[in-house]
Design a protein around this ligand. Sequence first.
Ligand code: HEC
Ligand code: HEC
Ligand code: HEC
Ligand code: HEC
Length: 265
Amino acid sequence: MAGLGLATVAVATAAAAPPPAAVSCLECHPSHYASDGGCVDCHRGDARASRPALAHHRLLGGAAAAWGLPASPVLVRAVALRDSLGCRRCHVTGGKGERLAIDLDSVVWARTQAELRQALMHPAQAMPDFGLGATVADTLVAVLLRDGDRFGGASRYQVRFRAGSEDSLQAFAKLCGGCHQALTRDGRQGVGTAGPNLSGLLGPFYPAPPDSAWNPERLERWLRNPRAVRAGATMPPVALKPGELDAVLRSLAHPTPAAPAAPER
Ligand code: HEC
Ligand code: HEC
Ligand code: HEC
Ligand code: HEC
């Protein structure tokens, strides 16, 4: 009799306030960073489930989980990588960047870690292959998550390429496209891999030291004789006919519209 009564009390208490063991993660893992949040705050997953496949639903592991630790050195490395690889020449992340490829802020939280790794390690379409390994990819993912819209915001823009402008397309393809590629307002251009991807060359996000950022005048000197600009440059000079430099410049011009795009429909 007394035993039954006690059990009833215990059930009632459990219903009112679940004990801490309700966080299934702690059945298998030690706790850490408790002052910075709960397990699923940083790692996602499902803390009600005890089977790993369910508990690890949409898990964020490895360096990617550092998104939730503001003072983490992983984030310092991630910012340096993002800027030296020039992700913002094509994407908006953290609210800044050219609008030549998908708005990362609006999608990063909707993706799994495996999908993000795949996108970074085996890039599709016009995204350059930076030869990233899984750890570096996860490091980049940490900063994309930190700066992204956690609650799945609407995209701030749709990627649209300009129709027409045949002259600039032909000039880039003929003069540069055998060695370079670029994503431009006219879409993807060039097929070459000998030289770097020139997307956003004349914009603020192209990875160049601030004292030698690319501008039309510097590009003209470079094309006339690369070694006059950088000793040891391996690109051969490019002979330009009148009008061709302008056409190439139009193609590579800083493409972000000044005002934010109006929401779609
Ligand atoms: C039944 C035991 C079990 C439960 C419950 C469980 N895990 Fe795990 N977890 C594991 C095992 C085993 C591994 C190592 C093998 C693997 O990756 O699956 C692991 C790996 C991990 C990793 C490292 C993965 C990586 O890629 O770096 C993280 C992070 C993690 N778990 C977080 C969680 C969180 C958060 C929860 C709760 C929402 C949780 N786990 C619940 C057993 C469990
Ligand atoms: C503030 C963010 C944060 C919170 C909260 C957090 N973690 Fe982590 N966790 C990380 C980071 C970042 C890593 C990567 C390694 C590191 O920095 O320690 C990690 C790594 C792990 C790993 C992999 C460990 C290894 O050695 O590979 C497991 C498992 C894990 N966490 C489980 C948990 C569990 C369980 C909880 C809840 C008690 C939790 N984490 C809470 C950020 C967090
Ligand atoms: C030359 C332009 C360019 C550069 C530079 C670039 N990307 Fe991309 N990226 C693309 C294109 C194009 C896609 C294809 C997806 C789309 O736009 O719809 C893409 C796709 C992605 C995706 C997948 C998006 C999704 O929908 O899941 C991620 C994540 C991503 N890029 C991250 C990065 C990061 C991080 C960097 C810097 C290391 C970077 N990108 C540099 C052009 C670029
Ligand atoms: C025969 C191949 C070739 C052609 C054609 C070519 N390039 Fe290059 N380009 C390269 C190589 C290789 C590099 C790397 C040079 C180096 O840094 O030593 C380069 C580098 C550059 C750079 C420097 C980028 C940086 O980040 O430092 C710019 C700018 C550039 N090219 C613009 C152009 C333009 C514009 C055209 C067309 C008008 C063009 N190139 C045609 C091979 C070529």
